[in-house]
Design a protein around this ligand. Structure first.
Ligand code: PLP
Length: 500
């Protein structure tokens, strides 16, 4: 493919994507394909001869598109959002067009420096304490990781290294291999699956402590857990606090957890993967009270900001904690020595190579401006509140807990089984997509405002699907009180256990 064909293919591809966004409401949110559909549609072997871009685009439209779940449809309400925008797509394109690997300053100075700059911009926008920014006088700074999962793991590995060094410094007779198996990490039973996985990957026991009735890990619970473990000769090492749990978007009180961790010399990592974006709006900053007591913070710009995956913004109070843990030298990596405020980012992350991810953050922050980004968050919260009002007006439903950010959890009063049946019927119809959660051992449907395209009429549309399906469930001849009994607590508990 030559430069001319690149221009033509590129322009045609942009047209396909712009049409896709403009017409996304015409499509069911879930695809109508069976497992194996694409493997049957496309050749088993790669082509021997070069093919025309027109043929490739034709196959994209005919074979790939039908197998897409439309995450950016305003009727997609599952999980949490994944961001995108035209500005971000262009930023990603520029990144791919340059295709540099920025593991050191010299490997592409702009790649490192734009990341330093945009992490300062974003940190200031979110109200992250100055200590965590490159522009402070201390050793703090930000990095773009690929995902919140990576950030949690990076924090865990750095905490492990820091704890081992501290203990050996205090008592040189201690042995690293004896310390490591005794280290323990803590989080709440409401944590994202990626947090538990970090414990598995980092070979550290991860205790999922019981959250309170509102889904929050309390300081007292953490303190007791530290004491229990110390009594057994174990060593508290790492705590992951959740600001915006995946299940119900609950916020752990950092002002309680922080002092407990600081007292015990335990690394506190804040997972604010989804809800952290709300801190752009000063009215939500009270939810991160105590954040200055943490050691690392992660906010996925690729969730609730209009930035495409992957762009997970992580700040650490002391970058040297990462460098000490991950610095491996080779002669071919021995290039320009930078001033301390410009990091060699390879020491701050798991892989060696790294994409020029800050380009998309930069394009988005410039195209939207801080005001545009705050408006995006506020509009989505307003839409979630509107949805909650619609649900509450229908006496068959309960909204529980109180809606938090763009998430509304609701259920049918009649019980967990019929609520589950409602979700299954809606999923089978493919018009709207939501997933289940649990709240106080009850089965709930999670409804999240996900797409940046969502407007009030879209929420009306989604609610109509839910309401009509509920009408059908209640009028359906199959549905009689005898066949769908009032909530059977044992079955309900089983459903809840499975969905955790
Ligand atoms: N933490 C929370 C609270 C989440 O909701 C999610 C994903 O939804 C994650 C972490 C994992 O994010 P990532 O896919 O960037 O690893």
């Amino acid at each position: 493919m030559d430069a001319q064909q690149f221009r033509e293919f590129g322009k045609a591809a942009i047209d396909v994507l712009a049409d896709y966004v403009e017409n996304i409401r015409d499509k069911d949110v879930l695809p109508s394909v069976e497992p194996g559909y694409l493997l049957n549609a496309l050749p088993e072997d790669a082509p021997e001869q070069p093919e025309d871009w027109q043929e490739i685009l034709k196959d994209f439209n005919q074979s790939i598109m039908p197998g897409i779940t439309h995450w950016h449809s305003p009727r997609f309400h599952a999980f949490y959002p994944t961001g995108t925008s035209y500005a971000s797509i262009i930023g990603n394109m520029l990144c791919d067009g340059l295709s540099v690997i920025g593991f050191s300053w010299l490997s592409s100075p702009a790649c490192t420096e734009l990341e330093v700059l945009t992490m300062n911009w974003l940190g200031k926008l979110l109200g992250i304490p100055e200590d965590f920014l490159h522009c402070s006088s201390g050793p703090g700074g930000g990095i773009i990781q690929g995902s919140a999962s990576e950030a949690t793991l990076v924090g865990l590995l750095a905490a492990k290294d820091k704890t081992v060094r501290r203990l050996i410094r205090n008592d040189p007779t201690l042995d690293e291999d004896e310390i490591k198996p005794k280290l323990v990490a803590y989080t709440s039973d409401q944590c994202n699956s990626s947090v538990e996985k970090a414990g598995l990957l980092g070979s550290m026991k991860m205790r999922l402590l019981k959250a309170d009735n509102d889904g929050r890990l309390r300081g007292e619970t953490l303190k007791n857990a530290f004491e229990e473990d110390r009594a057994q000769g174990l060593i508290p090492c790492y705590v992951i606090a959740n600001l915006g749990t995946t299940g119900t978007c609950a916020f752990d009180p950092l002002y309680e957890l922080g002092p407990v961790c600081n007292e015990a010399d335990v690394w506190l990592h804040v997972d604010a993967a989804y809800a952290g974006a709300a801190f752009m709006c000063p009215e939500y900053r009270h939810l991160m009270r105590g954040i200055e007591l943490s050691d690392s913070i992660d906010v996925n710009a690729h969730k609730w900001m209009p930035v495409s995956f992957d762009c997970s913004a992580m700040w650490v109070k002391d970058g040297y904690d990462l460098v000490r843990a991950f610095d491996v030298q080779r002669i071919y990596l021995d290039d320009v020595k930078t001033e301390n405020k410009i990091p060699d980012y390879r020491h701050w992350q798991i892989p060696l190579g790294r994409r020029f991810r800050s380009l998309k953050l930069w394009t988005v922050m410039r195209v939207y401006g801080a005001e545009g980004l705050r408006k995006h968050v506020r509009d989505q919260i307003t839409l979630a509140q509107y949805f909650a009002k619609l649900v509450r007006a229908d006496e068959r439903f309960i909204v529980e807990p109180e809606p938090s950010m763009g998430l509304v959890c609701f259920r049918l009063k009649e019980g967990d089984i019929i609520t589950k049946k409602l979700l299954e019927s809606l999923t089978a119809k493919k018009k709207v997509f939501m997933v289940a959660g649990t709240y106080r051992d009850r089965y709930v449907i999670r409804f999240v405002i996900c797409s940046r395209l969502t407007v009030k009429e879209d929420v009306d549309y989604s609610w109509k699907q839910i309401k009509d399906e509920t009408d059908l469930l209640y009028t359906d001849k199959i549905h009689t009180k005898a066949q769908i009994p009032a909530i059977d607590q044992i079955v309900a508990r089983e459903i809840c256990e499975k969905s955790k």
